[in-house]
Ligand binder design. Structure first.
Ligand SMILES: NC(=O)c1ccc[n+]([C@@H]2O[C@H](COP(=O)([O-])OP(=O)(O)OC[C@H]3O[C@@H](n4cnc5c(N)ncnc54)[C@H](OP(=O)(O)O)[C@@H]3O)[C@@H](O)[C@H]2O)c1
Length: 376
């Protein structure tokens, strides 16, 4: 096997190991690391589990011990070179006297941004950058997006009928999809640091928005975010039970003071942002969430809020669950506000993934390259 093929195989393993930290490592990246000795045998693996605990490289080096000397470390993201809550990984790699480090991606975080690689090289360690870069970028997409754009990776989630409707004419929308799709949506929540709804959904559905019944380790409950510019949603129901999970309301100067007091008395945080008509400025909302360490936000609707995200070119991914039901023309559409006047100007999506969930289908889309709304 060529060195390139072997490197690529080990990086694939490192990415898979790193994935184990996806739910718990944020706001840190879910990095994976594999160490091989001089003979090429895997002698250590590690992933970053939680903020404040050792990074992937440190776990892998601890397992490898003396066998790391003269060996190669494979890491999905550039090792850190700064003192955070834990000492720099670069120091640990130098101390372990590895001969070579293979890195999939440079870390765009300002505190690293190439400095980790420079320090390894100046310590006489050979560094190869770029092995498995595409797969690592797909794995770490939300982290990279947060660091590069100053916004969370924004995932719109919708459950629609076969004919593309999100609620029946009487407003009922539970449940358009079956238990398998709903369980999958809870896993999506578990990978998000915030879950958002608009005022219409909060009033119609009284959602809880917590992660429930998922297998495997989970991080803290995601921050529940309500967009209610006019103060229509009373501070009651599960959304305002902050013993379940924290709640943050984005609102505007239009909300009555008494309502704001009520939200705060229930334990919710309240932040006012600017608005255009009844639409709060989504750029401000997303910048605020990024500042609260939200790497990925799951926008669970409803159709008016989803339309705003699409129109503002702020949807980074669309996850549509198609349920085995038809609702007809009086039912609520998937997007309840205009997003285009013509097909030529319509946002196009790139189909990334298709999966079956019981009787339903999950479709994952990203904005198609070259459309007017690919903003980064
Ligand atoms: N099938 C599904 O996946 C699904 C998911 C969710 C909801 N639903 C259904 O959808 C219906 C509710 O949806 P909806 O469209 O009426 O309401 P919505 O999208 O949940 O909320 C819209 C409201 O959010 C507030 N808002 C604040 N900033 C906004 C912005 N930038 N853009 C858009 N809205 C903003 C506005 O109210 P203020 O003026 O008060 O700020 C606006 O009227 C219910 O029937 C529910 O069951 C279905």
């Amino acid at each position: 096997m060529s060195t390139e093929a072997r490197d690529s195989e080990r990086m694939t393993l490192a990415i898979r190991i790193g994935e184990q930290g996806r739910r718990t490592a944020p706001p840190n990246p879910w990095v994976g690391c594999v160490i091989v000795d001089r003979t090429g045998a895997v002698v250590g693996t590690g992933f970053h589990e939680r903020p404040g605990t050792p990074h992937a490289e440190v776990h892998a080096l601890a397992e490898a011990g003396e066998r790391a000397r003269g060996g190669t470390a494979y890491t999905t993201l550039e090792p850190c070179s700064h003192h955070g809550r834990t000492p720099p990984c670069v120091d640990a790699l130098v101390e372990a006297a590895v001969a070579r480090v293979v890195v999939a991606l440079e870390d765009p975080d300002d505190r690293v941004a190439g400095a980790g690689i420079d320090r390894l090289r100046s310590a006489g360690i050979a560094v190869d950058l770029g092995t498995g870069a595409d797969a690592a970028a797909a794995s770490l997409r939300a982290y990279l997006h947060h660091r590069r754009t100053g916004r969370p990776y924004t995932v719109l989630k919708t459950a629609v009928s076969v004919d593309g409707r999100t609620a029946a004419a009487d407003g009922s929308s539970r449940w358009i999809t079956g238990p398998e799709a709903r369980a999958d949506a809870h896993r999506l929540r578990a990978e998000s640091q915030a879950v958002m709804v608009g005022a219409g959904t909060a009033l119609a559905d009284r959602p809880t928005l917590t992660v429930r019944d998922v297998d495997g380790p989970v991080g803290p409950q995601p921050l529940r975010v309500l967009l209610d510019g006019s103060g229509r949603v009373p501070a009651e129901g599960p959304l305002f039970d902050v013993a379940l999970a924290p709640t943050l309301v984005y609102t505007s100067e239009r909300a009555p003071g008494a309502r704001v007091d009520e939200w705060r008395a229930a334990g919710a945080k309240v932040v006012a942002v600017r608005r255009t008509g009844s639409e709060l400025w989504l750029d401000s909302v997303l910048a605020g969430l990024a500042g609260r360490d939200v790497l990925q936000v799951l926008v669970e609707g409803g159709p008016t809020l989803h339309a705003s995200f699409v129109r503002a070119c702020l949807a980074d991914r669309l996850v549509a669950y198609i349920g085995n039901v038809t609702l007809g023309p009086d039912a609520l559409p998937m997007l309840a506000a205009p997003v285009t006047a013509s097909l030529a100007a319509a946002p196009r999506w790139h189909l990334e993934h298709v999966a079956r969930a019981g009787h339903d289908v999950r479709l994952d889309y990203e904005p198609a390259d070259g459309t007017r709304w690919w903003r980064d």
